[in-house]
Design a protein. Structure first.
Length: 367
């Protein structure tokens, strides 16, 4: 008999929440240290880019928790509601809310949906773009002119490498946890496999873009991201799974990493995984043709060790992605779900879905 009480959280899920919280703290903390590094050495482009990404990610997650799907009070927002929700907004903006959600999950057997959502937003809105920006800074600034009084400090490159690595782990873990949350039941092994695959995915993408941007500086990164954004918009419009206006927003993180859980059906993806990864393979080949061509015209001493390191990481990560992807994909197809399934394991998961994916079919159901 269903008593309405939540099922006890498996031990591995509790451990996953603890690990995810630790990764969140490390990643956000290192991002803040990197911001201080950039401002203290007058690297204003990287400073405004990294700080802007952080503030944007914190703002979006705070608005979601306070006024969106994470709000405790549903309905229209009047002046009284705004006054009641502002404290929650500020608490989340200063990263307090995620500690409260983690405490509820671990010690009170609480609903983990808000924690998973906050981790997902940090992963795709902060960690993913900052991994690219910081690798770009490593290639064109931190690894050049070391020892020069006007150059970067000796600790700049190690700090950036550590921050980038934590961002990769954060993205992989955040997307894997969302994969776990949208399913009724899943195994720790599957979640771990998805986390590894997603880490390879963001590492391959960011490292390749960083090398390409470094060799085509200063305009190569901008044009490559803009063209990829246009490609994602085209695929979203052609697939017609989400509304066009929403597609304009979801295409932004898609420029760096595929968002939707692999267990969702193909027709439920904003961009189907087969089309998405085909585009990534084509772009990888094209960018590497340009990279090899550009390297032939650049002195080896001008490339620096960071460029070679990023090249090795990009190649090994891409290999790792396409070694792990078939195994994860096969398991996902065995547990395929519709994103419109009515009986979610928990009500919060449905709320998260409704907020993140308002499909075209929703226009037919009005009050």
């Amino acid at each position: 008999m269903d008593t309405g009480a939540p099922a006890p959280m498996p031990g591995w899920e509790r451990n996953l929440v603890v690990v995810a919280l630790i990764v969140h703290i490390i990643d956000v903390g290192l991002d803040l240290f990197v911001v201080l590094l950039f401002v203290s050495h007058a690297q204003w482009g990287f400073f405004f880019g990294t700080a802007g990404v952080i503030l944007w990610a914190w703002l979006v997650s705070s608005l979601y928790i306070s006024f969106g799907g994470g709000a405790s009070v549903a309905g229209d927002i009047d002046n009284d509601d705004v006054a009641d929700r502002l404290p929650n907004f500020f608490l989340n903006f200063v990263q307090v809310q995620i500690f409260a959600e983690a405490y509820r999950c671990v010690f009170r057997n609480g609903d983990t949906d808000y924690f998973h959502t906050l981790r997902l937003m940090e992963a795709i809105l902060e960690a993913a773009p900052n991994s690219l920006l910081q690798l770009y800074a490593l290639v064109i600034w931190a690894s050049s002119g070391v020892g020069d009084p006007e150059g970067p400090p000796p600790g700049a490159a190690p700090l950036l490498r550590l921050s980038v690595f934590s961002s990769f782990v954060s993205v992989g873990l955040g997307l894997a946890m969302w994969e776990q949350k949208v399913q009724f039941r899943t195994s720790a092994g599957y979640v771990a496999a998805v986390a590894v695959m997603r880490t390879f995915e963001i590492a391959a993408r960011s490292a390749t873009l960083a090398v390409f941007a470094g060799l085509t500086h200063p305009h190569g990164l901008f044009w490559s991201l803009l063209l990829d954004y246009g490609c994602m918009i085209f695929l979203i419009v052609r697939h017609q799974s989400v509304q066009f206006v929403y597609g304009l927003f979801v295409a932004l993180p898609l420029v760096l990493v595929s968002l939707e859980p692999l267990v969702w059906r193909r027709e439920d993806h904003a961009v189907p995984k087969d089309s998405y990864y085909l585009v990534r393979i084509v772009e990888f080949v094209v960018m590497w043709v340009v990279i090899i061509h550009k390297q032939d015209s650049v002195e080896a001493s001008d490339l620096g060790g960071a460029v070679l390191g990023c090249e090795v990481m990009a190649l090994l990560s891409m290999l790792g992605l396409f070694v792990t992807l078939p195994f994860v994909w096969r398991i996902a197809r065995q547990h395929e779900l519709s994103r419109d399934v009515a009986d979610w394991a928990e009500e919060g998961a449905a709320d998260m879905h409704d907020e993140l994916y308002d499909s075209e079919g929703s226009s037919g159901g009005s009050d």
